[in-house]
Design a protein around this ligand. Structure first.
Ligand code: APR
Length: 173
């Protein structure tokens, strides 16, 4: 399984699955969520709304993941995961790690061979980018052999110079 960095706009990548940094209501917000929904079109939100109403009436818990169509994106799926909001007093690292674990597990169950991740929680949810990148890379490296047998390529998509440096450092670690 290959880990790589591809800076830029995640909506342009031709991968099997693009991961969205969603909120628990699966309602379009800002950041990468808005970019994915703008580029992918209304079909993504229509499916996300149905999933939330049918399966998660109280909202998708942080750390969990669901899949929808990717609409007009070059990808096949959008995997929506809800990152934890960063807290200075409570260590929510394992919930952030769960976003990657659950997204990868779901991707494998869908037969996804290539997946692209933004820096979950590192925007609106305030997670320091260095630590967010470290958790992303470390958790992906710990992927089970069973998942890694299907998900052959994991691409991290840093947005901005600081994020690129953070992922370079995380991959070198
Ligand atoms: N491609 C790749 N990465 C992007 C893009 C893009 N087009 N747009 C933003 N990013 C980066 C941000 O710079 C940040 O590093 O994605 C990372 C995650 O930031 P957010 O999108 O703000 O996600 P998050 O911090 O997890 O907050 C989620 O924000 O947008 C709302 O609906 C979303 O309520 C949810 C919350």
């Amino acid at each position: 399984m290959k880990l790589s960095i591809q800076p830029g706009d995640i909506t342009t990548l031709t991968v099997d699955a693009v991961v969205n940094a969603a909120n628990s209501q699966l309602r379009v917000g800002g950041g990468v969520d808005l970019a994915i929904n703008r580029a992918g079109g209304p079909g993504i939100q229509a499916e996300a709304r149905r999933i939330r109403v049918d399966q998660y009436p109280d909202g998708l818990p942080a750390g969990q993941a669901v899949a929808t169509t990717a609409g007009d994106l070059p990808a096949r799926w959008v995997i929506h995961t809800v990152g934890p909001v960063h807290s200075a007093t409570e260590d929510r690292s394992d919930t952030l790690a769960s976003c990657y674990r659950e997204s990868l597990r779901l991707a494998a169950s869908l037969g996804v061979a290539s997946i692209a991740f933004p820096a979950i929680s590192a925007g609106v949810y305030g997670w320091p980018i260095g630590d967010a990148a470290r958790i992303a890379v470390q958790t992906s490296r710990e992927m089970s052999d069973e998942v890694a047998a299907t998900v052959r390529e994991v691409i991290f998509v840093p947005f901005g110079e600081e994020a690129v440096r953070a992922y370079d450092a995380a991959l070198a670690g």
